[in-house]
Write a protein that binds this ligand. Structure first.
Ligand SMILES: *Cc1c(COP(=O)(O)O)cnc(C)c1O
Length: 424
């Protein structure tokens, strides 16, 4: 069973042993609330199910990079999958082990590579021949010999939103198999790199685990070919992407079921498995807590105007994604057709549209569910809105892991006239 850490008790919505109205009172709204137990359980599910294989679980920082969450996972022994120098900085701040960091992404700059090499990260997943050339030069200057995996593109169509599918030939991600084979066999051209891995990541929010096994088969065939050609491949990184239910009628794929399939496919293959889950660890473990500001009737529906907006949670506007929205205090309210919207001046600023839901009045609290992944990380200051607070609940303990931003934070680094820079 997937765990979210959230449930009703006596008609009040709780995160573990803390009621959300208590959190709203103490820390204000909008506020992201996460369950430490749910994050830990989901993370542990991967490790437990993979116990029969040499493996590493590298949490994908881009799903939720808050220091409190990274620190929680670091203490449980997680490695980290990063896609920028900034994410590496976060991992190090949170106490993550640099030796257990893998650097992914299509556009690593030289200065990001330098920072990563100086920090002693474990390996790089390279996504183009151009990047391999630059990493080899950069490593040479640092007297380093990083482990490298090429991210191959298995040309697989995952049935997911087009913005988060990444495994097709015409996506910007990965290297076609033929090109990858050539680079591996020409590895003598890159004396500063140790080509020990093959990696792939086919997309996000994938429900059909067969798609992963299909990708794995293709990559295993490539590994066999490379080994025949004398390339000593030792590790295989299958990326992240396992989906989660956002709607009550959906079923979250089982982490242990998925991982058990990987164990079967890889047994006896003499490969270390790496996986990079993000959403499936934190997605269901977080909600965005918001307060109703106004209730505004329209012709055919009502608008519940709340104090959270698209700048706090952009997923509905960006991916047309659905989030369940529930009242923190359940009462016997009439069911109404409503749009839940924020105060931002965009018609795209909605958290739910045409939703049949219990009526709520100004002052009442709503929880926007399944907001732990790709939520706060995509928050912005649009419309001059300070970013929300974040709290991590563990049993009956609440930890403020990020203070709500202030107006001063909004103008940090700005100056009304600008500093003059002579252009020579
Ligand atoms: C986004 C991403 C992940 C994590 O994907 P989830 O769907 O959140 O599990 C893992 N690896 C890479 C390379 C990614 O880009």
């Amino acid at each position: 069973m997937p765990t979210s850490g959230f449930q009703y008790r006596d008609r009040t919505f709780y995160c573990e042993d803390v009621s959300l109205d208590h959190i709203a009172e103490r820390f204000g709204t909008p506020c992201y609330v996460y369950s430490a137990a749910a994050i830990a359980t989901n993370y542990d599910s991967y490790g437990d199910a993979l116990a029969g294989l040499p493996h590493d679980v590298y949490y994908a920082v881009k799903a939720n990079g808050s220091l409190g969450i990274l620190s929680l996972l670091a203490r449980r022994g997680a490695g980290f999958d990063i896609v920028s120098g900034g994410e590496l900085f976060r991992v190090l701040k949170a106490g993550g082990d640099p030796a257990r960091v893998v650097f992914s992404g299509v556009g690593k700059t030289v200065s990001e590579m330098e920072y990563a090499l100086r920090s002693g990260i474990g390996s790089f997943n390279c996504e183009s021949e151009g990047e391999v050339v630059v990493l080899n030069e950069t490593a040479g200057r640092f007297n380093a010999q990083p482990v490298v995996a090429l991210r191959v593109n298995p040309d697989i169509n995952a049935d997911t939103h087009p913005y988060i599918a990444t495994g097709l030939r015409d996506h910007k991600f990965g290297i076609p198999f033929e090109t990858a084979e050539r680079i591996y066999t020409e590895s003598a051209r890159f004396p500063n790199l140790r080509f020990e891995g093959v990696s792939c990541h086919i997309g996000s929010q994938i429900f059909d685990t067969n798609v992963f096994y299909e990708a794995l088969d293709k990559v295993l065939a490539l590994v066999a070919k490379l080994r025949d050609a004398g390339v000593a491949v030792r590790q295989l990184d299958l990326g992240g992407g396992l989906g989660i239910a956002y709607r009550p009628e959906e079923t979250t794929p089982s982490i242990s079921g998925y991982a058990a399939g990987l164990v079967r496919a890889l047994r006896g293959k003499d490969l270390r498995l790496m996986i990079e889950p993000g959403r499936s660890i934190v997605g269901q473990a977080g909600v965005l807590l918001t307060r109703v500001v106004y209730r505004k009737p329209a012709e055919s529906k009502q608008f519940f105007i709340v104090d959270a907006a698209m700048n706090d949670l952009i997923r509905p506007a960006l991916y047309q994604s659905h989030h369940e929205i529930v009242p923190v205090a359940q009462r016997d309210a009439e069911m109404v057709m409503a749009d839940v919207v924020g105060p931002v001046c965009e018609t795209g600023d909605f958290l739910a549209r045409d939703r049949l839901m219990p009526a709520v009045d100004p002052g009442e609290l709503l929880a926007i569910c399944t907001a732990g992944a790709y939520g706060f990380v995509q928050a912005s200051n649009y419309n001059g809105r300070p970013r929300a607070a974040e709290v991590l609940v563990e049993g009956a303990t609440v930890r403020l892991i990020r203070e709500r931003e202030t107006y001063d934070d909004l103008v940090r680094g700005e100056s009304p006239l600008g500093a003059t820079e002579p252009v020579s």
